[in-house]
Design a protein around this ligand. Structure first.
Ligand code: CIR
Length: 264
């Protein structure tokens, strides 16, 4: 059986534009460099495409400085795509821009109507359930609405907690395979992955947790050698991608794409 949680025929990304200098960030460590961001982004896209997936690369959106982080605008399941309701006021409009793009791939595109909020970055889809982390961006009403929508296809949504001060649930974890997650210790210590095999990021390398399994590859941010070694030793085909510029805006590997295999 093909694992639907990390086997993908398609991905959507969006090039970073000049507006990224105005992107949201928890701590200002300087403006991202567009040329370097574009190079890293092209490397990221080429790795996704190297697996045989069709990767659509959208043009930058001038009105939305954070729109390179396409993951937050939608959740793509095999049966349907769901436009989110991002919790940052400057990002809420990104979902409505993404919905028609998703309609090119899906017959069923639904939207989180509110009043709650939910960001794609807080959602980890595993083979058996959908984990959603409450965070500064995702609230109880948003999670309840997602649970209602996805119950149409018999998905189970489980609410968990994003650690305080962490932007998104998937800032601190990634799916590696049917039973394995990569996670920071501060997140796995909450017990939210009981029943899964957990590989913890190495000490001092929490920022390595935002990785992705995409078909046969694992993409992780460059610069975390001990975690890369752990993943390689566990048998994963690890590829490092420069992430210095996205990191200035609290972004990582998962944020940069929507990954999906539509059933239609
Ligand atoms: C934001 O604060 O919304 C962006 N600067 C970063 C979004 C990162 N996305 C993600 O973790 N899924």
């Amino acid at each position: 059986m093909t694992a639907r949680s990390y086997t993908f025929t398609h991905a959507i990304a969006r090039k970073p534009g000049a507006g990224i200098v105005d992107g949201l960030r928890a701590v200002d460590t300087g403006a991202p460099d567009l040329q370097r961001f574009l190079q890293d982004h092209a490397h990221y896209v080429s790795l996704l495409a190297s697996t045989g997936a069709a990767v659509s690369v959208l043009e930058p959106l001038d009105d939305y400085p954070d729109s390179v982080f396409v993951e937050d605008a939608a959740l793509c399941l095999p049966e349907c795509a769901i436009a989110m309701r991002p919790g940052a006021p400057s990002r809420i409009g990104e979902a409505a821009v993404m919905a028609p793009v998703l309609s090119e791939f899906y017959n069923d595109v639904v939207s989180i109507a509110g009043p709650g909020f939910i960001d794609g970055g807080d959602i980890l889809v595993t083979e058996r359930e959908i984990l959603v982390g409450r965070s500064a961006r995702t609230d109880a009403a948003g999670i309840t609405e997602l649970a209602q929508v996805t119950s149409n296809w018999n998905y189970k949504v489980r609410e968990v907690t994003t650690p305080a001060g962490v932007l998104h649930f998937k800032t601190d974890c990634s799916l590696m395979d049917e039973e394995t997650v990569l996670a920071t210790r501060r997140l796995s210590d909450t017990g939210c992955f009981d029943g899964y095999r957990v590989i913890n990021t190495a000490d001092g390398e929490d920022a390595a947790a935002n990785a992705i399994r995409f078909n046969e590859l694992v993409l992780m941010p460059a610069g975390f050698p001990h975690t890369a070694e752990k993943l390689s030793a566990a048998g994963y085909d690890v590829h490092e991608v420069g992430n210095t510029e996205a990191a200035k805006l609290d972004g990582g590997m998962s944020c940069l794409s929507l990954r999906f295999s539509p059933l239609d």
